[in-house]
Every structure is written in structure tokens, then in C-alpha cells.
Design a binder for this molecule. Structure first.
Ligand SMILES: C[S@@+](CC[C@H](N)C(=O)[O-])C[C@H]1O[C@@H](n2cnc3c(N)ncnc32)[C@H](O)[C@@H]1O
Length: 276
């Protein structure tokens, strides 16, 4: 199969417009292997024909979704960026709990944008379970969303290999996971019950319209694949989803400084957090 630079640019522009993900020309081989697989499935022989199919005949978006399922980068693991999570659990979470207790509000809502195979929202649920003293008197919701259907199926299954759990503190591993043998672990139901998942393209203007009243949004290691324009679009939506005083946590290589002035920037123990 031939993938010309023009066809590559055409395809990556289509992906960018619909998902916000940007791919440089160094990704041409990465694309080629994946497009080839999709073209074989559809019995299409020319890339130009495949692009035409995506643009004109893929009315239910099925082919585009199958392509996206192959192209996303899903790297993740439990307790990723541990020190930042400690800032969340020991600082921002406690401050929020105190404010809410004073108001008689017992809801706690956390959103994990681009949650991949579930390690991040499940980690957040474990932290809530451990760090909220009067946990049972709270109405807790952790929601994970991702554009990739395959990772969401894995998240619902909640079975992980030893690489995924390598940073889980040993006592938490004991408390919240069952060993399955063969180096695999299954997360216990008590944590799974705290988390719900939804298939969402964060660049879809209609998505998340009814999502409101979140206390925390984690959007880590997704915006690095976006440009400033698509970052701005997503982050403006996050602002409307957050309660005033709610927080956004980003990945260590990500920042909102060029993107928006809507948030207060706070430095806590060397980490930047953004407050609505
Ligand atoms: C590297 S993973 C990050 C996982 C986790 N947040 C972490 O930091 O470990 C990036 C995820 O972003 C998702 N993603 C990319 N574009 C998206 C979009 N437009 N809407 C929703 N999810 C998207 C990908 O499917 C992928 O699972």
C-alpha cells in the first residue's frame, strides 16, 4: 500500500478537525500500518478511496471510530504522577470537603477526561476512599470518558497487568485488588462501583452539554496531542462543567497559561493547579 504525503496530510487533517489530535509527519509510518489494517477490513485498495469513504459514505461514523480506536495513544497506569495526586488528596480535596461540609453539601464529583483503560479514574476513586474520613456519608461520583471504544471496554473489565499496577502502594494493592494469577490483577467491586464510564469525543460540541457541578477535572496527557485552538475549545467547556472553586489537574508537560485566563493559577508543593 502507498501512503503519499498528500494523503497522509489529508487524513491527519480530518482526524484533527474531528478529534483535536494532531500528528506530525514523523507519524506517517504509524499511520500507514493502521490505515492498511482498516483498508483491508473494508476491502479498499487505494488510500484516496479510503479517505473519500470516510468523508462521504461513513454516515454512522463507524469507520472513523474504528480508525480512531487504532490511532489513539493510550499509555496510562495506576497512581501516575504520584506526587501530584498527593497534592490532590492532601490539599485540594481536603479544602473542598471542608467547604462542602460547612454548606451541608455532601456530593463529590470528579471527572477524568481521556481516562484511557480506567487506571486514572479508578486511582482517583481509591484516593477518595482512603482520604475522605467520613466517606460513607458522601455521595461520590467519578466519571471517566474517552474517545477510544477499546480502552473503555478494558476499563469496564477492570483487569490489569503488573505494569499497570507497578506504582500502586502495596497495602492498596492488597486492599483493592484480587490477584488472578499470570501477573494479572482485578480491581475489587467496591472501587468499580464508584466509577462510571462514557464514550465521549471531547471535541464534539454537543458532548458534555449537560455535565455540570464537578469539583475536580483531571485531564492529563491528552492536551499534549492537541494544538492551542483545540485545547482552548476543550478547556472552555471544562470551565462550565466545574463548580466555582473547582480544580483542573493537567499532565506534567501541559499548561493552560497560553490557552485561557479564566482560571486562577495556584502553586502547591511545586505543582500547578488551576482553580475555576
Ligand atoms: C495518554 S492517554 C492519557 C490517559 C490518562 N489520562 C493518563 O494520564 O494516564 C490519552 C487518551 O486521550 C484520549 N483522547 C484523545 N483525543 C480525545 C478526544 N477528542 N476525546 C476524548 N478522548 C480523547 C485517547 O483515546 C487516550 O486514551
Amino acid at each position: 500500500m502507498e501512503l503519499s504525503i498528500e494523503d497522509f496530510i489529508n487524513l491527519r487533517n480530518l482526524i484533527y478537525e474531528r478529534t483535536g489530535m494532531q500528528f506530525g509527519e514523523n507519524k506517517i509510518y504509524y499511520f500507514k500500518k493502521r490505515i492498511q489494517k482498516r483498508m483491508e477490513q473494508r476491502d479498499i485498495h487505494k488510500v484516496a478511496e479510503y479517505i473519500r469513504y470516510l468523508k462521504m459514505f461513513d454516515r454512522d461514523n463507524r469507520e472513523f471510530q474504528d480508525l480512531i480506536n487504532l490511532i489513539t495513544v493510550n499509555e496510562t497506569y495506576f497512581f501516575r504522577e504520584f506526587e501530584q495526586l498527593a497534592v490532590f488528596g492532601e490539599n485540594c480535596l481536603q479544602e473542598t470537603l471542608e467547604k462542602k461540609r460547612a454548606r451541608g453539601d455532601n456530593t463529590l464529583r470528579v471527572f477524568s477526561a481521556a481516562c484511557s483503560s480506567g487506571e486514572e479514574p479508578y486511582t482517583l476513586a481509591i484516593i477518595l476512599r482512603e482520604m475522605v474520613d467520613d466517606f460513607t456519608s458522601w455521595n461520590v461520583l467519578v466519571k471517566g470518558v474517552d474517545i477510544d471504544e477499546n480502552v473503555l471496554s478494558a476499563a469496564l473489565k477492570a483487569e490489569y497487568d503488573s505494569r499497570s499496577v507497578k506504582d500502586v502502594p502495596p497495602d492498596y494493592l492488597e486492599r483493592y485488588f484480587n490477584r488472578l494469577g499470570g501477573g494479572m490483577y482485578r480491581l475489587k467491586q467496591e472501587i468499580r462501583d464508584l466509577v462510571s464510564f462514557e464514550h465521549v469525543n471531547l471535541m464534539d460540541r454537543k458532548a458534555l452539554r449537560s455535565e455540570r457541578n464537578y469539583d475536580f477535572i483531571f485531564c492529563r496527557n491528552m492536551l499534549i496531542y492537541f494544538d492551542d485552538q483545540s485545547r482552548k475549545q476543550v478547556v472552555e467547556r471544562f470551565y462550565t462543567m466545574l463548580n466555582r472553586g473547582g480544580y483542573i489537574f493537567l499532565g506534567h508537560a501541559e499548561s493552560l497559561s497560553r490557552i485561557t485566563t479564566s482560571f486562577k493559577i495556584k502553586r502547591i508543593d511545586g505543582f500547578t493547579v488551576y482553580q475555576a
